[in-house]
Design a protein around this ligand. Sequence first.
Ligand code: UDP
Ligand code: MG
Length: 327
Amino acid sequence: MEKPFLTVVVPCYNEEEVLSESVAQLTNIIQKLVMSESISNKSQIMFVDDGSKDKTWELIQQYSESNEHVSGLKLSRNYGHQGALLAGLTEAHAYSDCVVSIDADLQDDVNAIIEFIEKYHEGYDVVYGVRDKRDTDTYFKRNSALAFYRIMSKLGVNMVPNHADYRLLSKRALTEFLRYKEENMFIRGIVPLLGFKSTKVFYNRNERFAGESKYPLKKMVLFAVDGITSFSVAPIRLLLVIGSVIFMIGVVMGIYAIAQKIIGAVVPGWTSLIVSLWLIGGIQLIGIGVLGEYIGKIFKQVKERPRFTIEENVFEMKCKENKINER
Ligand code: UDP
Ligand code: MG
């Protein structure tokens, strides 16, 4: 039986400092898997250069010449982690029997890939990499992530806790995944929606091998907001509840005010007026903001813009060179 062709998709943004180590460690894993006859000896590590400003793409090109397992994609600009991942997965689809996605910074233990492949051979379509503990992350990152998972699950979004984008997808899971055409791809929220037989593999999360996080606070917050508003209408419902409560208070206040007037105990009422004015004004603004978030999403979606643009595709070249059949 033909061995499964594995593609490891690695999004990279300004990762020149870690790339050589990533190549070394991932190649080592691929070689082990080839030796144990678990995967095809043509299997690829696909580095997706997400519009890096440093030497990342030059390095990827060099490695794809010197290392038979390395290839890459160059995106025309920075599309963000999720965009880069999506580009890699889309391009890997035609040639791969299974794909693994992993960050370039080696924070996720590459050895887990061996277990991923074992699970794949046992017939699992989705294998989640789950970190055991996060003590190498900063206090803030750890707790903000935890709070985020909690909020998401309260909002009814089914996510695997402590799982980021380190996972294996079988061919058919990937095929289904690529049918999700939404503009704001929140990949880790979509994968559990695919169904199929899935399992988890636990590993320890390391410190970033080199370089610094490409996810500053601003990107993290945007990512979280995207995650929530792409998957849940709860903020709109919350607005409705707050609105209704305020409205009821307003009715009571109105009756009270009229009663006061009839009795004749008219007060200047300036303070209460101004206070309620500001209060309601504020709530309306929040409401408009939340609605705007969704309308913005609809706006983007109806335009159906391409979600990424590939400038160069060494991966496909290499697959054709090696006469890999499309699957
Ligand atoms: N990344 C990317 N595009 C971006 C930001 C990040 O492709 O705009 C890649 C980055 O090179 C890394 C992965 O996404 O391989 C995760 O980023 P990082 O390790 O900086 O995030 P953290 O682990 O700190 O959340
Ligand atoms: Mg990282």
